[in-house]
Design a protein around this ligand. Sequence first.
Ligand SMILES: NC(=O)c1ccc[n+]([C@@H]2O[C@H](COP(=O)([O-])OP(=O)(O)OC[C@H]3O[C@@H](n4cnc5c(N)ncnc54)[C@H](OP(=O)(O)O)[C@@H]3O)[C@@H](O)[C@H]2O)c1
Length: 170
Amino acid sequence: MIAVVIVSKSWGIGKNNDLLLIIPEDQRRFREITMGGVVVMGRRTFESLPGRRPLPGRLNLVLSRDPSFFPPEGTEVLPDIPSLLDRVAAYPPDRIFVIGGEEIYRLLLPYCSEAIVTKAEADPPADRFFPNLDLSPDWILKQEEPPREQNGIPFRYVTYANKNQKQPRG
Ligand SMILES: NC(=O)c1ccc[n+]([C@@H]2O[C@H](COP(=O)([O-])OP(=O)(O)OC[C@H]3O[C@@H](n4cnc5c(N)ncnc54)[C@H](OP(=O)(O)O)[C@@H]3O)[C@@H](O)[C@H]2O)c1
């Protein structure tokens, strides 16, 4: 599994159940990276998608413990992490993308081999955060692209690798 995220300088990811930072170039890259794969998200992130619709061209899996939660067609609900890991077992691990939010990143990061992080040089107030991988002993910097800028926000694409990846059945 691979985590994909855009973070602020403080590793903030969201505010009021919405994205903290919107960079169109990053959104295009997110679409390209995840297209044709499996996207795994928490129920709150699903509720925040435009029009509350599944992401097209991808198998949308939503984690929720709420039995009354019925998402639209094209979306599957999984009630816990073991069910999710069973459901994705047949897919190539590098085509399974963990796309948020905070609760789901924290639960699934140990199973991720990589984290594809867009680091923005902006720091708006946030109420949801991604773990700071620069401070984590489990994660190492694998690749860092040169800085870019769009809509006045400097940002860079960074990939981290998990030195201590947990195996789903291990
Ligand atoms: N910057 C980024 O790249 C990025 C990406 C995605 C999301 N976000 C932001 O992140 C925020 C949302 O994050 P969040 O932490 O509030 O919510 P979340 O992780 O999206 O979803 C949390 C929900 O997932 C379900 N859940 C959690 N643990 C579970 C488990 N073990 N088994 C089954 N279901 C489980 C629960 O749903 P039920 O309550 O239905 O049981 C829980 O309420 C938003 O602001 C969003 O915009 C940012």
